[in-house]
Each structure stands twice: as structure tokens, then as C-alpha cells.
Design a protein around this ligand. Structure first.
Ligand code: FAD
Length: 468
């Protein structure tokens, strides 16, 4: 008997999974497959923190499938070739997958769809990781939006997302299972050294972890989201980003769960942040390589500084600016950083240190558990000023004022930079102003002086203004 292959990618869940449901509808045995594809040209290999996450997410998905009587087959290599071979091996008659939107995946998938159709197979893809397809949201001239507010207004004018699909109750299985790789053989987890202790303590990858995180957020943080979302010391946001990045939960499930709590300004604000994810994907879809190419080409000749050693101080959280250092250490320890602090840390790199945003994007890509091809590049380009709807070039975040405003008691800074624990609140964001400054052997002096760095950045940004 022939089988239906479900090719799972960034949709590592059994509920609200259109490709899985379609495979079930064929009435044939279903073969769920994941392919570790570091080889297709144009696709970016996962960073280290994402590989850690992927290991546990796949483990959890396999457990969920086993509860349905099925299991996950693992293969490695260029996905187009691997899948094509698997089709022959299992005499598959259909292949289903949920869409990805980065350029490399789209080229690969389009080519594969065509070649499977030529072989007489049904090959279909579905919307599962976005609320609105990028081609569904256009301005009145039929062009994609370049500014968030009208983009989101247009999204909200469309029919709301459908109800999420329920998880199958069971899955029909093939008579014999094809050979599978062993997850452990992929060596996705770090060993020497094992730097993932903080990640293990902070996260529960997998669908069950994602659903638990969603209910916790709805119960304890949604109502206060509008104000608390900017305070890094409190759990004021959902922390769903890695679960969304791996598709352990769908945006449609999140949307429905939030709107089921009743209409409110807090729900609207939360949905509009989910809207930024949609906007970022629209930019990625329409503009190709967002992680490398400036959205605004006038930035192509921007006079970035030589990164030298200062980029290492930034990566290690040793810039001498407490809020920046706290963020960079939170990132290193847990694989995640609060959004407000991402903006401050990114502004510090690109404006105070005048280092090319791509160096920061790459560091985040490697260290974030939620590293996302659309959100990360969009976030970096937004802060650097070269992105769509970007922060104006003259907005240079002042790390001391930002710290005092969003972490007024210094709780966040003290948590991640414990050497500052005993400083009074008044100087915790500017330790060099303390009556008895800490020796450099305890906490470093500032790598740059913010006022002078700001002037240098504004002068550099004048060159863009002139060439625009
Ligand atoms: P919540 O506030 O609970 O928001 C819910 C969801 O909405 C998030 O999980 C996320 O999917 C989406 N979202 C919220 N804010 C944004 C935003 N500004 N842009 C796009 N989507 C958003 N987000 C990533 O998911 N992956 C990244 O690699 C990433 N890199 C970033 C880099 C920089 C320099 C900046 C400034 C932002 C970046 N963001 C990224 C966006 C944002 O910081 C995170 O999505 C957010 O902090 C995740 O926390 P949360 O799930 O608690 O968010």
C-alpha cells in the first residue's frame, strides 16, 4: 500500500497542522519525516542555540506521534534529494508540507513540488506558520507594505484566521517503517563544553511546553501586557518566541486563545506584536536575503567601524553599560533576551560602537533559541536604521536613561550582572558615577563614552542623509 509523506519542518506539532491533516485525509498510511538540511544552497544552517532546541523539540514530537500510534523518521542531507529518494523507497503517492518563506527554502520547495508532480505525485503545501500569507496583504496599488501600521490595519480588515485544526486522534502507519537516523547521532547538543545548563533551566521545548507557556501567559501576564511588556525584570511577555520559531504552536492557536479572553486593549496590543512577526515575514518574502542586504540601499556605503575587540566586549556583556551587559549575559545564559533590551543592546552595537548590524544579527542567530530568519533581520535593520519603518537615524538609545526608565530599581541588572548587586539604585545604571567606583577587575569601565559615541554616530548617519 502506498503512503503519504508529511514533511515536517518548522511546524513541529501535531495540533493545528494542515499538512498532517491533509495526509490523514488521503486515507493512506502516513509517514512523518524530518530532514536536517544544512546543505541546500541558499538556506542558512541553524545556530548553536537553535540546534539545542531542535534536539528536544524533535524528541518531543516523536513522543507525541508515538501517542498517536506513529513515529518520526529522521533523515539528513539536502532535503530535495533526500525526500525524492524516500518517495521511491516507500512508494509514496503524495507529499505534504507547511510553507517556509525564506528565499532558499522557497526555491528548494518550488523545485521539489514541480519534480514530484512530474513523477505523478500529489505535492501540496499549506499555510501554517503565519496568520496571513504575504501575498494576501497588499496596499491599494497592489504593492507590499513598507510601514507596519497600515500593514497591520490591512491585516485586521481581512477575515480573521480560521479556527485551529484539532490534533488527529490516531495516525495510520506504513506496513514497514523506513530506516531512520538516531537523533543522538546528529549531535545537536553541545558536549565539550556543555554550555546549555541555563537553557535547560529556562525552557521546555516541544508542543506541550508551548501550550503550557501560552496558558501561563494568558493567566498571569496578558491583562498587564501593555505596560509590563517593556519591563525586563518582570515576566510581562509570553516568551512564546522559540515555540513559534519552531512551530510547536501556531500563530492561529495563539490568536484564538488570546481573543477568546475577550476584547481588550491588552489583547489588541499583544496581537499587534504578533503582527510584527507577520510584517517581518512579509518583508522577508518580498525582499529575499534580509539578513545580508540593507532594506534601504543608501546604507550600502555606510561607514561602519572596524569591530576590533569592542565586539567581543559586547558579546560577553563587558561593555561597562549595565543594561547592555545584563541583556547580553541573559542571552548567553538562557538563549533569550527581553525585547526592550534587544533594542538597547542592538542600538549600542550599531550606534555607540558603530559596528555593522550584520555582526550583531549573526551573533543573535547563533545564540538565540528563537533565532528567526524574518524577525531577527527585521529587528536588527529596524534598530540600525536601514530597515523598513526603521527607527530614525537620530534615535540613539541612551543606555543609562533606558535602564533607569525600564529597570528603575535595577532588579534586572542585578540579576544578570551580580557584581553590581550592592550599588545603590541611583547609580546602578551608571556605576562610574558611584562615590566609590568598582575596580576594573570587578566590573569594566565603559568601552566608549555615550555622549561622544552618539556624536560620532550622528556624523556617520549624515553621510546616509546626504546620499539619500
Ligand atoms: P511577546 O511580547 O509575548 O510577543 C508575542 C510574539 O509576537 C513573539 O513571540 C514574537 O513571535 C512576536 N513578536 C513580538 N515582538 C516582535 C517584534 N518586534 N518583531 C517580530 N515579532 C515580534 N524575535 C524572534 O522571534 N526571533 C528573533 O530572532 C528576534 N530577533 C530580534 C532582534 C532584535 C535586534 C530585536 C530588536 C528584536 C528581535 N525579535 C526577534 C523580536 C522580539 O524581541 C521577540 O520576538 C520577543 O522579545 C520575544 O519575546 P516574547 O515571545 O515574550 O514576545
Amino acid at each position: 500500500m502506498s503512503v503519504s509523506i508529511v514533511w515536517l519542518r518548522n511546524d513541529l506539532r501535531v495540533s493545528d497542522n494542515p499538512a498532517l491533516v491533509e495526509a490523514l485525509r488521503t486515507g493512506q498510511p502516513v509517514l512523518p519525516v524530518f530532514i536536517l538540511d544544512d546543505e541546500t544552497v541558499g538556506r542558512r544552517p541553524l545556530g548553536s542555540a537553535s540546534r539545542w532546541w531542535l534536539h528536544y523539540s524533535l524528541h518531543s514530537l516523536d513522543e507525541s506521534l508515538r501517542k498517536l500510534g506513529s513515529r518520526l523518521t529522521l533523515r539528513r542531507g539536502p532535503a530535495g534529494r533526500v525526500l525524492s529518494d524516500l518517495v521511491t523507497e516507500c512508494a509514496a503517492t503524495s507529499v505534504f508540507w507547511n510553507r517556509a518563506y525564506d528565499e532558499g527554502s522557497r526555491h528548494r520547495d518550488a523545485h521539489l513540488k514541480k519534480s514530484l508532480a512530474e513523477r505523478g505525485l500529489r505535492a501540496e503545501s499549506f499555510k501554517a506558520s503565519l496568520l496571513f500569507e504575504p501575498w494576501e496583504v497588499k496596499n491599494q496599488s497592489g504593492d507590499p507594505f513598507k510601514v507596519f501600521t497600515p500593514f497591520w490595519r490591512a491585516c485586521r480588515a481581512l477575515p480573521p484566521p480560521d479556527e485551529p485544526l484539532p490534533a488527529p486522534k490516531s495516525l495510520p502507519v506504513p506496513k514497514t517503517w523506513p530506516a531512520t537516523d538516531l537523533l543522538a547521532d546528529w549531535r545537536l547538543l553541545p558536549t565539550t563544553p556543555d554550555w546549555a545548563g541555563g537553557l535547560r533551566a529556562a525552557w521546555t521545548p516541544g508542543e506541550a511546553g508551548a501550550l503550557a507557556r501560552l496558558s501561563r501567559f494568558l493567566d498571569i501576564a496578558l491583562d498587564a501586557y501593555r505596560d509590563a511588556r517593556d519591563l525586563p525584570a518582570v515576566e510581562g511577555t509570553s516568551r512564546l518566541s522559540p515555540h513559534l520559531a519552531f512551530g510547536e504552536i501556531s500563530p492561529r492557536q495563539v490568536w484564538r486563545a488570546a481573543t477568546n479572553r475577550g476584547a481588550s486593549a491588552a489583547v489588541d496590543k499583544f496581537l499587534s506584536e504578533m503582527g510584527w512577526r507577520e510584517f517581518a515575514y512579509s518583508l522577508l518574502f518580498h525582499n529575499g536575503n534580509l539578513a545580508e542586504r540593507n532594506f534601504r540601499p543608501e546604507f550600502d556605503t555606510f561607514p561602519w567601524a572596524d569591530p576590533g575587540e569592542t565586539v567581543v566586549a559586547w558579546q560577553k556583556g563587558l561593555t561597562g553599560y549595565p543594561i547592555v551587559d545584563a541583556g547580553m549575559r541573559e542571552l548567553w545564559a538562557t538563549g533569550w533576551m527581553h525585547n526592550r533590551v534587544r533594542m538597547i543592546a542592538a542600538s549600542f552595537l550599531t550606534k555607540d560602537l558603530l559596528i555593522d548590524w550584520r555582526a550583531g544579527e549573526r551573533w543573535f542567530w547563533d545564540t538565540l533559541v528563537d533565532a528567526d530568519p524574518a524577525n531577527n533581520a527585521t529587528g536588527w535593520q529596524w534598530v540600525a536604521g536601514c530597515g523598513a519603518d526603521a527607527a530614525p537615524y537620530f534615535r540613539v538609545f541612551n543606555p543609562v536613561l533606558q535602564g533607569a526608565k525600564f529597570d528603575p530599581k535595577g532588579e534586572y541588572v542585578r540579576r544578570w550582572v551580580p557584581e553590581l548587586a550592592d550599588l545603590p539604585d541611583a547609580v546602578v545604571h551608571s556605576p562610574w558615577t558611584a562615590p566609590k567606583p568598582l575596580p576594573a577587575s570587578v566590573y569594566p569601565g565603559r568601552v566608549v563614552e555615550h555622549g561622544a559615541a552618539r556624536d560620532r554616530a550622528l556624523a556617520a548617519f549624515q553621510t546616509v542623509k546626504k546620499s539619500a
